[in-house]
Design a protein around this ligand. Structure first.
Ligand SMILES: C[S@@+](CC[C@H](N)C(=O)[O-])C[C@H]1O[C@@H](n2cnc3c(N)ncnc32)[C@H](O)[C@@H]1O
Length: 224
């Protein structure tokens, strides 16, 4: 069932409360970068409670999938669109020791900084790409990062450009991303052209209490 239809029909809707209800309702319909920034600035104070309270599984799934493919825990990792740092915390829990983060929202980044797990954190302007050079990071994580309500589809290519052959992109696509050809076509093209090979593709829980799912991918950048 499409998320909007599920939301309208769901008896579980009553489990959400106050502003959380508003943010979940709004986020996937917000696409302009300035509006996305404002939404996350406003959500920062309650984001962690809202998503963890609804059984947020994707960060742990992405981190576990990456850890299974990347034994060297000292590999520098960029946590793109790190938000409050739930994705970085999941990477750190797998033993990754060198994690940088970047995000559009300064208040989200403040919470990430307070976790004390990131080496560097950078605030990006709307439409600004991460400044990393190819090879600065052995892996890039993009957890809940490429989606309606987050970064647009062309960021897939931007992130892949920052990897050298052998580098890994640990990516999640939620139900909304999977339903949007702008995102799925980009990924299909990267696979078809041989820019990446898919090491992992796993569908599973995203926000359990909302009945939402996501697909986790580990993509390996190829030469040429
Ligand atoms: C659903 S949250 C995911 C945050 C974190 N990765 C997690 O798993 O909790 C999406 C994040 O993407 C950030 N974001 C949206 N568009 C962005 C962009 N163009 N560049 C960088 N960050 C962006 C938002 O500020 C927000 O923190």
């Amino acid at each position: 069932m499409p998320w909007r239809a599920w939301w309208t029909a769901s008896p579980g809707r009553g489990r959400l409360y106050g502003m959380a209800n508003d943010f979940f309702d709004k986020v996937y319909r917000t696409t302009e970068p300035d509006a996305v920034e404002t939404l996350y600035d406003d959500w920062a104070g309650s984001y962690d409670a809202d998503v963890t309270g609804n059984g947020y599984k994707t960060p742990g799934r992405v981190a576990a999938a990456l850890a299974a493919q990347l034994p060297e825990r000292g590999t520098p990792i960029l946590d793109f669109a790190c938000g409050t740092g739930l994705s970085g915390a999941a990477l750190a829990a797998q033993g990754f020791a060198v994690i940088d983060g970047c995000d559009l929202s300064a208040p989200m980044l403040e919470t990430a900084r307070a976790r004390g797990i990131y080496r560097h954190l950078v605030k990006l302007a709307p439409d600004e790409a991460p400044a990393a050079a190819p090879g600065d990071y052995g892996a890039i994580a993009a957890v809940g990062a490429l989606s309606p309500g987050a970064a647009p589809a062309h960021y897939l290519d931007i992130l892949l450009d920052r990897l050298v052959p052998g580098g890994l992109l640990a990516l999640s696509y939620n139900d909304h991303t999977l339903a949007d050809p702008a995102y799925t076509d980009r990924l299909a093209r990267a696979l078809e052209t041989g820019t990446v090979v898919e090491r992992v593709r796993e569908h599973g829980d995203h926000l359990v209490e909302l009945g939402a799912t996501s697909t986790v991918y580990i993509l390996e950048k190829q030469a040429g």
